[in-house]
Design a protein around this ligand. Structure first.
Ligand SMILES: [Zn+2]
Length: 301
């Protein structure tokens, strides 16, 4: 397979004012947001709000910005195709791990002569993108002997140790194809299960495992965990509290989740704006819980 690898990286979030600088989507930046540390663009001095910066990614119709929020990577390469010939595009060969989830592939011919067509067997794949794609160079426009085709691949590393993160990726994936109700359950599971695990570990130091499990399943259920126990523990651990607007977003997410789980449908319609805000809340919350968990471990060593 003949190709030129151009770039692999994660999309940052650009300064809304000068657009000259992009900020990496990292946990230190997230932590500073929770701490209330003022963030300014070093180029144009504009005051930045980490939440507002990332919320925009749900509005833009660019998958790499959307997946950048959950650590998605973008790989771009240039391949050279001949008309009426088959080109084998093998993602493993260009360094994408075999267990990665391929989210989107885009082809842009940089010249005349052909357009790449993905080939398939008797039963074409519909719901997932394979790691090896056969491309047929369908002649198109003025003939050319060879045509450079830019290929852009959005993919995300699947973390088998971290099923919760994978749930969030699944929610983002549903969002990218505008299946808004399908975002709700995986996004809610990601946050609810993480919070449950933190509280379970925390309380098990003070009571028997059985009593803690009973307490968290029949006593203090998710809503109480989120609205009462979490602020209490954050305070105990001298950790910044989860901002109210994010907690509000999680409560709203839980309401939608309950409607879907109990009635099969949401009673209030879900659109791009609402779902984007709920997913942004879930992403910030999962990041928050990961940071809090590390803080608790550090404080109790
Ligand atoms: Zn700027």
């Amino acid at each position: 397979m003949e190709y030129t690898l151009l770039h692999t990286g994660t999309r940052g979030t650009p300064c809304p004012e000068c657009k000259a600088i992009s900020f990496s989507i990292t946990s230190p930046n997230l932590f500073n947001y929770f701490l209330g540390v003022e963030m300014k663009c070093p180029k144009c001095d504009t005051k930045l709000d980490w939440w507002e910066l990332l919320l925009r990614h749900f509005d833009w119709n660019f998958s790499s910005y959307l997946y950048g929020i959950v650590g998605g990577l973008n790989t771009s390469l240039m391949i050279h195709m001949k008309p009426n010939e088959i080109y084998t595009l093998d993602f493993q060969e260009i360094g994408i791990p075999s267990n990665a989830k391929i989210l989107e592939v885009t082809y842009t011919p940089n010249g005349k002569g052909l357009f790449p067509i993905e080939m398939h067997g008797n039963s074409p794949y519909r719901h997932f993108i394979p790691h090896k794609i056969l491309l047929f160079g369908r002649p198109f426009g003025e003939p050319a002997e060879k045509t450079p085709v830019a290929v852009s691949i959005n993919w995300v590393q699947v973390d088998e140790e971290n099923q919760l993160w994978n749930n969030l990726v699944e929610a983002i994936e549903a969002f990218s194809i505008h299946k808004y109700p399908s975002c709700i359950i995986p996004a809610n599971v990601a946050v609810e299960a993480k919070l449950n695990k933190i509280l379970d570990d925390y309380l098990s130091k003070h009571a028997s495992n059985k009593r803690v499990t009973d307490f968290l399943t029949s006593g203090a259920t998710y809503s109480h965990q989120l609205n009462v126990l979490l602020p209490l523990i954050s305070n105990f651990e001298k950790f910044p509290s989860l901002p109210d607007h994010i907690r509000g977003g999680l409560n709203e997410l839980r309401d939608y989740r309950n409607k879907i789980a109990h009635k099969g449908v949401t009673t209030k319609p879900l659109d791009k704006v609402i779902t984007g805000r709920l997913l942004c809340s879930a992403t910030f919350a999962l990041g928050y819980l990961n940071l809090l968990e590390k803080e608790i471990i550090k404080n109790h060593l």
